[in-house]
Every structure is written in structure tokens, then in C-alpha cells.
Write a new protein. Structure first.
Length: 147
């Protein structure tokens, strides 16, 4: 499994669509990296990621506005193509599995919640019908690491 994680700002408001009876939220995220080159000049490189979040929780779409800082993780895909100038180019896409809103967006609108974080993907925790918890063991968590 390959996992992509990105923290960045939305480039435009999200678009919510229904495809084959399922909901998808499409949005693009920009991450700008600032660094100094070998001559000491300040440089900037922006990477855009096109995201698709397949979910029934489309209410989060009202918060996915241009400038909003988010954290997203999921499975990456890359597509190569020829651009308008007939040069090779590529698009980075991500199928989002986890999404969090971070702080306020660039226009100064605050996120909601007690600490300005909204978690759009919740973790399902096991529920136990037995009220006597002395015989209940903690769920086993599988680690993704191969060692």
C-alpha cells in the first residue's frame, strides 16, 4: 500500500457530485515548499493534488472553501499527458480516506468546533453489549509496518 499525506490550502471551493448512486467530493490542494537553492536564492515550488473523497458525509463540503487549510491522506495516482505546449506533464491525484480541516482559511473565516479542527472521517470503534468489562480485551491493532 502506498499512502500520500498532504497539508495545504484548497485552490477553489469543492464540488460535490453523485456518481452511480455514491457521493464524491472533488477538490484541489496546493502545498508550497520554500527553500534556498545552491546559490542561496530563495525558491518556491508548489505541488497541486487533485482529490476525490468518496463519502456519505457530504456536510463537510460546506467547509471546503477556497483557502481552507486541510490535512488529507489517501491513495495516490499519477497521470501523464501532453500539455497545450506539447510538453510532457503529469497530474497527481489522491483518493482521500481521511480528511481534517485545520484552523482558519486564508480569507480569515474560522473553522468550527472547539479547537477549529473538524474531522471528516471517523474511526469505527467496537461496541460491547456486555456491561461486565473485566472479560473484554482491547481490540488488536494491525501495524502497517513490515517489521
Amino acid at each position: 500500500m502506498i499512502k500520500l499525506q498532504i497539508v495545504g490550502n484548497l485552490g477553489k471551493d469543492c464540488i460535490i457530485k453523485e456518481v452511480n448512486g455514491k457521493n464524491v467530493i472533488n477538490f484541489s490542494v496546493a502545498h508550497t515548499e520554500r527553500y534556498k537553492d545552491s546559490t542561496g536564492n530563495q525558491k518556491e515550488r508548489t505541488t497541486w493534488v487533485e482529490c476525490a473523497y468518496w463519502t456519505d458525509r457530504t456536510a463537510v463540503g460546506q467547509y471546503l472553501k477556497r483557502g481552507q487549510m486541510i490535512y488529507a491522506e489517501g491513495s495516490p495516482e499519477a497521470d501523464a499527458y501532453m500539455n497545450k505546449e506539447n510538453q510532457a506533464a503529469a497530474t497527481l491525484r489522491m483518493r482521500v480516506s481521511n480528511l481534517q480541516l485545520l484552523g482558519s482559511n486564508k480569507e480569515g473565516q474560522q473553522g468550527t468546533g472547539t479547537n477549529n479542527n473538524i474531522i471528516a472521517n471517523t474511526v469505527n470503534t467496537p461496541s460491547y453489549s456486555n456491561t461486565n468489562t473485566s472479560n473484554v480485551s482491547a481490540p488488536v491493532v494491525e501495524d502497517d509496518l513490515p517489521f
